[in-house]
Design a protein around this ligand. Structure first.
Ligand SMILES: [Zn+2]
Ligand SMILES: [Zn+2]
Length: 369
């Protein structure tokens, strides 16, 4: 991506592979809402960048040290292994890393990530750190995991989407016994019917949620969501008014409100609407509103007088990645994950993919170099 809405295919030299290096041949890279934000110019980026950070690939060349050091679960990496990796590499030095939550690295304020580096800055050579490419070079200290044989590539590619709804787990681990946070059999509302919303529904259900209601559209997405644990859907194209949607949720919850509402839309207007849907002491999890799309009016007294909990989340940690890989394997036979990748694009068509993503077409779009 050379600028917002500008994409071109460039050739780079195959990198030199030293003892500490790992080059991965990309098999597939999912299209993420974050790439959409770069495409629309809603997030700062050092253009030109090779975007894409939901990649799954095969080890192409690996140095002797990297083979041992980068596989974090004791595995030795060798050529031909299918691999996935955590997109955030905690620095280990900042206040967040040292004092707040090590090894829960999402508090790291200077984590290295993928899919947003300048591919002209001489300091960042060899530049191949984005997923919309044939090859990627792993950064030092990346947490790399072998993909278990049970997971085909078009299921493993969902890893980044799955780790992105970490907030569902975070809110469950508040104090469910005291009816704070999200507990088993609880009523959950998911705002947003894209891949993130579907993963949030699946995760909440797998962790014991009772009824899961999803608000979103279009119709085809809501239909897919029902195969991933959603019990009731509210189509925003049919129920257009926020007050009416609130009424549907209230009557589905015996006028009590939802125990947890998860925002997976990226639209600030969803936030006050979702807050209104919570029961007293309920938990609101914000996932989709990653880029700044402007402020939104919230009446703080609702949070105070109804004792609401707000849960935000940054990156997913490498530990989350490891846990969710096992999670995906555990449920891979029970849910039709592979059906979530609905459209495949070549490298020349990445711009088309991002355009389609903006129109909520399909479900998970993926680039196959
Ligand atoms: Zn992503
Ligand atoms: Zn740090």
């Amino acid at each position: 991506m050379t600028a917002p809405r500008k994409m071109e295919v460039r050739k780079f030299e195959y990198p030199q592979v030293g003892k500490d290096d790992l080059v991965v041949k990309i098999d597939m890279c999912g299209v993420c809402g974050t790439d959409q934000h770069y495409w629309l110019g809603e997030l700062d980026a050092n253009y030109p960048i090779i975007a894409g950070h939901e990649s799954i690939g095969t080890v192409d060349r690996v140095g002797a040290n990297a083979a041992v050091d980068l596989g974090v679960q004791g595995e030795v990496l060798s050529e031909g292994d299918r691999v996935t990796w955590s997109n955030s590499i905690p620095c280990g030095k900042c206040y967040g890393c040292r004092w707040l939550a090590w090894p829960k690295s999402s508090y790291c304020t200077s984590a290295e990530t993928y899919g947003n580096d300048s591919c002209e800055d001489p300091k960042l050579r060899p530049w191949l750190t984005g997923g919309y490419a044939e090859y990627m070079v792993m950064k030092p200290r990346t947490w790399v995991y072998k993909v278990p044989d049970e997971l085909p590539t078009d299921v493993a590619v969902l890893m980044d989407t799955l780790v992105s709804i970490r907030g569902v787990e975070t809110s469950m681990s508040v104090v469910p016994a005291m009816r704070e946070g999200f507990a088993q059999f609880d009523m959950v509302v998911i705002q947003g019917a894209g891949p993130v919303g579907v993963m949030a529904a699946f995760k909440a259900k797998a962790m014991g949620a009772g009824k899961v209601i999803m608000i979103g559209g279009p119709k085809e997405r809501l239909k897919v969501a029902r195969r991933f644990g959603v019990d009731q859907t509210i189509d925003i194209e049919e129920v257009k008014n926020a007050a009416d949607r609130l009424e549907v949720v209230r009557s589905a919850t015996a006028k009590i409100g939802a125990d947890m509402v998860v925002e997976c839309t990226g639209f600030p207007a969803a936030v006050p609407e979702g807050i209104d849907m919570l029961r007293i002491g309920g938990t609101y999890v914000l996932i989709g509103c990653w880029a700044n799309r402007g402020p939104v009016g919230i009446d703080p007294s609702k949070i105070v007088t109804r004792e609401l909990h707000l849960v935000g989340q940054r990156y997913a940690s490498p530990q989350q990645h490891a846990r969710d890989l096992k999670f995906l394997v555990k449920y891979s036979k029970d849910y039709p994950f592979a059906s979530l990748v609905t459209h495949r694009f070549s490298l020349d068509e990445v711009g088309d993919a991002l355009q389609m993503q903006g129109k909520f077409g399909g479900m998970k779009l993926a680039v196959v170099p």
